[in-house]
Design a protein around this ligand. Sequence first.
Ligand SMILES: Cc1cc2nc3c(=O)[nH]c(=O)nc-3n(C[C@H](O)[C@H](O)[C@H](O)COP(=O)(O)OP(=O)(O)OC[C@H]3O[C@@H](n4cnc5c(N)ncnc54)[C@H](O)[C@@H]3O)c2cc1C
Length: 415
Amino acid sequence: MAGLSCAVQCAKAGLAVAIYEASPRAGGRCRSFLDEGLGCLIDNGSHMLLGANDATKNYLEEIGSRDLVSEVAPATFPFLEPATNTQWQIKPGSPYFPLWLLTPGRRVPGTNPIDYARAFRLSRAKANQSVGEVIGREDPLYENLWQPICRAVLNTDADEASASLLWKVIKLSFLKGEAACRPMIFENGLSPALVTPALEYLKEKNVEIRYQARLRGIRWQDDMALAMRFPEGLLRIENDDALVLAVPPDNCAELWPDSDPPSETLPIVNVHFRVNEPVKLPGGQSFLGLIGTDSQWIFSRGNVLSITISAASDHVDKPNWELANHLWSEVTKILGRNMGRLPPWRVIKERRATIAQTPSVLASRPGPKTSLNNLFIAGDWTNTGLPATIEGSIQSGRRAARLAIRRTSKATEES
Ligand SMILES: Cc1cc2nc3c(=O)[nH]c(=O)nc-3n(C[C@H](O)[C@H](O)[C@H](O)COP(=O)(O)OP(=O)(O)OC[C@H]3O[C@@H](n4cnc5c(N)ncnc54)[C@H](O)[C@@H]3O)c2cc1C
């Protein structure tokens, strides 16, 4: 996403752009593919946007696919606690007149408005504090609200997740009102909305895209990158060129160790089940948050039911068959025994799904500039001030594009 959004901005500004992608296809950690076992298109993992994700919305407008992402309005997040069979919906409203908090049906059962006011403690959190330390693990909303939000948005358990980053999320969503909290869903999958239209846009702008082109190193001298090293040989970087590294942190550490990227990452596990017919989830949405089970979210799209486990360190090393069997048994308890025996399944383990969004890891996020005048860095893990999400990577790609455009026009003026 960072690389594509950077390329879209640079091509729009009239720059000649070339993309070198290590894998055989575009999309990185955010992609769809045809799964032959299941016989349909699936995403590497279910993704959701929020109404507050303006840079992503702009990107979708630019590449012409805004209508491929649907918005749940009014904002509604359905939850179920299977052990007690309790269902509820979080329905955020105005931040100025939070009458919604006075309506029991829009809150977690058994909580009162004062419990939510304790979120303001996060605004005073120190940079080194976790959500667990600031909110307190005994808080009545801890397991039923803060924990699922931390796992879903920060891919990190609340015990370790950065309190100040969670506060940033609250400021950009709950405190902006209902529209900023709307869940946005990729009904046709990730690549049809985020990747394929971008590739078509770039093709129209004559952008060159090379797949299976893994950058192995950068040659540099003084304050300039001079060449890119590929297995086939060196590719010269002209004086008025700019190079943007939009790769994950571990790859960046190999290519440009000076950037000192964060090394601690956390996994996300997704299990997709091919069911006989579309399934209606309790709560009436195409997604459902679960409390007290290993399954954290269920997404229903066509004939595919997908289960997400974020911050999945305890699960990622389990055998695939065990995960599929265990999560299917949870699903059948929730949706009814008539769901039948284990259907065809696919387990996708993204072992380095995102950086761990803990205070210490976040402190080591580098900015987009490097010590070289023509080398810039982009990616969800860079210091965007946002969680490592699609929105963060798109913003970082745009930021790198602005620097690259400035660099190339400055170099052209000087020559
Ligand atoms: C399972 C899962 C669920 C998620 N859920 C959500 C969600 O609900 N909402 C949300 O907003 N975000 C979510 N995210 C996060 C989101 O997917 C990422 O933040 C985003 O895709 C990161 O994009 P990126 O461009 O920064 O990095 P990447 O997608 O990792 O892209 C880096 C690219 O660089 C290429 N590359 C690496 N090394 C080289 C090299 N040496 N030479 C050339 N190319 C190279 C890679 O092949 C890749 O294409 C989720 C992530 C995962 C894995």
